[in-house]
Design a protein around this ligand. Structure first.
Ligand SMILES: [Zn+2]
Ligand SMILES: [Zn+2]
Length: 332
């Protein structure tokens, strides 16, 4: 079992980072603990619900000399298991409130709730876009495997985009963006220029931008709009969902925008050679980088997000093929 790694930025920035262990390829997720003036604390993004993460949290609170009953609130940037997963477990232990955007709550219900449809709908979408049946079946099993990581699910008190979020004795502006996850909240404090940006902007890693059935139909457009919005802020230091806190936030948003423009050009070049399925484009774009079902699922969703954007920009078209499948074609 790995322990949580604690890094205090309390003197300089008023927060403590708790690096919570999670599965590869990411290996860790950043939680942020913000001490409140009344001796309690607020926690941003608790991590996935696994035995290892539970143990890591018990150990971390002990090291920090904090008891669970001091937990005032959990704020969640987005509904992905590695950020949202432990929120319900913490609420059950402490009765704390759990806050995320209403859109993120709706996505959580669609992905993990009683009326969850994603487990069936995503493999169906992938089949329609040419993924071989055995691989699509693997994706279905893979999705089912996430359920324990988000149970139990919390009662949510929604974050309103028009209202400040108070935590760590300070007032933070919530910025809701899409593309990586609908309803993703970044928290920005204008006075200090600090931002807790979840997975909206990451250093080194390009956040996954994925098309999912029943969700945002233009995730890349949403993601790029979010990068432009966030890139316009005066940020002194960014605290991301994975990897190390970083500076040069605006430059990072520009480099991610460039990366996606290049990838759109790559996909358009592939289609210039003749009609292709989404799966064929995925294989060509991510060749050699898909080592697991997890990576395949994200690569396929990302390829489809890029193809949807090419269609929106009228650089590609969609044609029906045999057996209910579809292909993408280049448009001059
Ligand atoms: Zn995420
Ligand atoms: Zn994440």
């Amino acid at each position: 079992m790995r322990e949580a790694i604690i890094t205090s930025y309390e003197d300089e920035f008023g927060l403590i980072r708790v690096s919570v262990p999670m599965a590869p390829p990411l290996n860790q997720v950043n939680s942020y603990l913000l001490p409140e003036p009344d001796g309690r604390f607020t926690l941003v993004d608790p991590g996935p619900h696994t035995g290892e993460a539970e143990e890591a949290w018990h150990g971390a609170l002990k090291k920090l000399g904090l008891a669970w009953d001091r937990l005032a609130a959990v704020v969640v940037t987005h509904h992905h298991p590695d950020h949202y997963g432990l929120a319900g477990w913490m609420q059950e232990r402490t009765g704390c409130k759990v806050r995320m955007s209403a859109r993120a709550e709706a996505e959580a219900r669609m992905s993990w709730g009683g009326e969850a449809t994603l487990t069936e709908a995503l493999p169906r979408l992938f089949l329609r876009h040419g993924m071989p049946e055995a691989l699509a079946l693997g994706v279905r099993e893979h999705l089912q495997g996430f359920l324990p990581q988000v149970m139990p699910q919390p009662e949510i008190e929604p974050i309103d985009a028009a209202e400040a979020v108070f935590m760590g004795g300070r007032s933070w502006r919530p910025l809701i963006t899409g593309g990586h996850a609908p309803g993703h909240v970044s928290l920005y404090e204008a006075g200090s220029g600090l931002i807790l940006c979840g997975d909206a902007v990451l250093p080194q890693i390009s956040p996954n931008v994925g098309l999912q059935p029943g969700s945002d139909a233009q995730p890349l457009q949403s993601f790029m709009a979010g990068l432009r919005l966030l890139g316009g802020l005066e940020v002194s230091r960014a605290f991301p969902g994975h990897r190390e806190p970083f500076t040069g936030f605006a430059a990072r948003t520009s480099s991610l925008l460039r990366h996606h423009e290049e990838r759109l050009d790559d996909a358009a070049r592939l289609l210039a050679g003749g009609p292709l399925s989404g799966f064929a484009v995925c294989e060509a774009l991510f060749r050699g980088r898909i080592g697991s079902t997890h990576q395949l699922r994200f690569a396929m969703s990302e390829a489809l997000a890029h193809l949807a954007e090419l269609v929106r920009r009228e650089r590609a078209g969609v044609v029906e093929a045999a057996r209910g499948k579809v292909l993408f074609t280049a448009l001059a």
